[in-house]
Design a protein around this ligand. Sequence first.
Ligand SMILES: [Zn+2]
Length: 366
Amino acid sequence: MSDALTVRVDSMGDRSAHRALVARVLRIAPTAWDGVLDAYHAQIDAHATIDARLAALGELMGTHFPDAPAIAGALAVAPCPSCGERRVRARYHRNAAAPSGVMTPYTYGVCEGCGHATLLEGAADSAVYASPAYYQAQGGDGVGYPAYEGERTYREAKGDRLVQWAIGHAPEPPSAILEVGSGFGFTRRAAERLGLRTSGVDLNPAAAAAARRLYGMETFVGTLADAIAADAVRPGTQDLVVYDFVLEHLAAPVEELVLASRLLSPRGALIVRVPGIEAIELASFGSLYRSFRSDHLHVFSRASLERMLDRAGLALTAFDTGCGADLLREILDEPELRAAYTAGRGPDITACAIRRDHANSPRHHT
Ligand SMILES: [Zn+2]
């Protein structure tokens, strides 16, 4: 996932570093990725269309990674968690090693109605979120973060960009922000630097301890439902409620959004960042796509996110896609990547939503 990076690549100058980064994000052997790219450059016509280049890479990936077979077509038993459409078909499958070393295949199905991707089998045990190990290592199944605290500077900067985006899209200038899944407090720190009053909720006691140690911040340990029950957060008090790569981990995201919406002040906005299923990378990486990992129960389309927000009484007011690390830099140039992201085809979705009943109040004139 793009938020588990320590290497920043700002130009094609350091090609080998970039290749290592891609291999790490996709959790494949660097030599195998080199092999794919060598074959790609040997066969591709420099004037090939974007679609042709992505498809050529996709074919080579399929050849080099036969352990990721397509099992397309099988109909899932459960309906789509976003739209309720029953035609969810198995589409992406990968064998991956859990931290225990046990091979744990996982499979995503895609809804033919709204495009939402759902993890059909191979979900990680959600107990991992409360474990200190979650922030110390990453398994072959993509679960967890290696060297999380070592990425502090990078993550504070990332948090700053998210909060700036939120301020820019909120109906009115916010003063109070709650982050659900606040981790070590990197984003809260960025928000405080921007003058906001912050609070945080996180399942992980070790993360809460880290936030206290690093920044002197208090974090409610538990779920948002726990925090509300304990009166640690109150209805109508938050100008921003932020979920930064959290919603995809939850079994019941709509129920969570309902709770979050109750906390919003009359000028409040919900900010969510989630992995997207409509990324151009899918055409090339398929089952090896960065956001397919066994703790991601959901990978969102624009339509599926909008539908979930709607079911929680929220209206989408802003939608952007992008990512922290472009994995296709040897395939697409910078303007091509930017154009794809602008068109909603980046791997990371950032969205803003407000309560529909607030939108109808005189406070909002748009
Ligand atoms: Zn659906």
